[in-house]
Ligand binder design. Structure first.
Ligand SMILES: [Zn+2]
Length: 145
């Protein structure tokens, strides 16, 4: 994680963005190992191999989702293509609630003329949805180049 990146993060617990970055190993590019702690709520997130792990370790639903993605790591079998392209619409937990939650974000966030980085995108279903939502910007880039 590059120093200074924390300035663009907001803690999901209380909305603060006052961070304490501690490096136990750092090179000329980034903090390779260490932690990022929220000065407001005190929650600490580990940094390992340069990657900030901001997942909530107490969230069991999230842990099951992560386990599922790990099981499916590697080349995608043709039998899974229909399922992957249907996400986030999938009739099994946690997807039943995830799709409405995902799209509800866009009642509060306007992506018009924004560049979006989809961190931790996994199989990139959310990247596909974000690209679709941001289609106006995508067309604008093509028409000017
Ligand atoms: Zn916090």
């Amino acid at each position: 994680m590059k120093r200074g990146f924390e300035a663009s993060l907001v803690c999901l617990n209380r909305g603060g963005n006052a961070w304490k970055l501690e490096a136990t190993r750092e090179d000329s590019d980034e903090v390779r190992d260490g932690s990022l702690s929220c000065r407001t709520c005190g929650q600490a997130f580990p940094i390992a191999k340069g990657i900030l792990d901001a997942l909530d370790p107490a969230d069991d639903v999230l842990a099951r989702e992560v386990d599922g993605w790990h099981e499916m790591a590697g080349p995608l079998g043709e039998d899974l293509v229909p399922t992957m392209t249907a996400l986030p619409y999938y009739p099994h937990p946690p997807w039943v609630h995830l799709a409405p939650d995902f799209f509800q974000n866009f009642e509060y966030v306007d992506l018009q003329d924004r560049n979006v980085v989809d961190l931790g995108a996994g199989r990139a279903w959310s990247s596909r949805q974000l690209a679709s939502i941001g289609r106006a910007r995508e067309r604008s880039w093509r028409s000017t180049s």
